[in-house]
Design a protein around this ligand. Structure first.
Ligand code: CA
Length: 229
């Protein structure tokens, strides 16, 4: 099955160049020139990945990313942002909006395709049996167990849910509020520092296996799970 990639970009020349590269890589491009076309395309059939230009007419790429994250149909679809701006503040804004990766313009289509494949691989880390493996850790979903190599990791139920959530979305940065939403459910009132408490417990449980470094603090933003330092 060819991966369907929604390309949201108002500049036709870039869209065409990207579409050509995607087809060459056996992926199927879908075009959208602005936010409303993108939302219509997602409503029709959610794509496997969204390439999203930061500077769009009307609704900005960043605002669109937020909208896509809030929408059930696209909440889990990975987003790669195309941006001409390299400023750190913009990056943080984008990460806050749930963007998975960035490609800075001008880019080579080869680099772009490599980044798309990397993000698609990450989101496919669940092999369908409910088992997820990353960086030496393995979650056996049906059994609700976590292994570090062959050793069983002793986790409380909240730490398990927290780890499961992060392992299902590796490399993506989440704010404390987003973690609360996803792991505790949005309707419950809990203070954001509760997240810190459970992150500490999770790291402590992973420490004997020297895997606590997988749970990373992103200063000023929140947390992510990554096997890259
Ligand atoms: Ca643009």
């Amino acid at each position: 099955m060819h991966k369907r990639i929604l390309v949201v970009e108002d500049e036709a020349s870039i869209r065409d160049m990207v579409a050509f590269a995607l087809r060459k890589a056996d992926m199927q491009p879908i075009h959208a020139a602005d936010a409303s076309a993108a939302l219509a395309a997602v409503a029709d059939t959610p794509p496997d990945l969204i390439l999203l230009d930061w500077m769009l007419p009307g609704m900005s790429g960043l605002e669109l990313a937020r909208r896509l994250r809030r929408d059930e149909r696209s909440a889990e679809v990975p987003i790669i942002m195309l941006t001409a701006r390299g400023e750190e503040a913009d990056r943080v804004n984008g990460l806050d909006a749930g963007v998975d990766d960035y490609v800075v313009k001008p880019f080579s289509t080869r680099e772009l395709v490599a980044r798309i494949k990397a993000v698609l691989r990450r989101v496919q880390s669940d092999d369908g049996s409910g088992s997820i493996a990353l960086g030496g850790l393995r979650i056996d979903g049906p059994a609700h167990r976590v292994y570090a190599g062959d050793a069983l990791v002793d986790l409380g139920p909240t730490e398990y849910r927290l780890l499961h959530f992060f392992m299902s979305h590796p490399e993506r940065v989440y704010t404390r509020a987003q973690v609360l939403d996803h792991v505790w459910g949005g309707s419950v009132y809990i203070e954001e520092r509760t997240v810190d408490v459970h992150i500490r417990r999770l790291r402590k449980a992973l420490e004997p296996f020297a895997l606590d470094g997988l749970v990373q603090t992103v200063r000023g933003t929140g947390y992510r799970l990554s096997d890259r330092r």
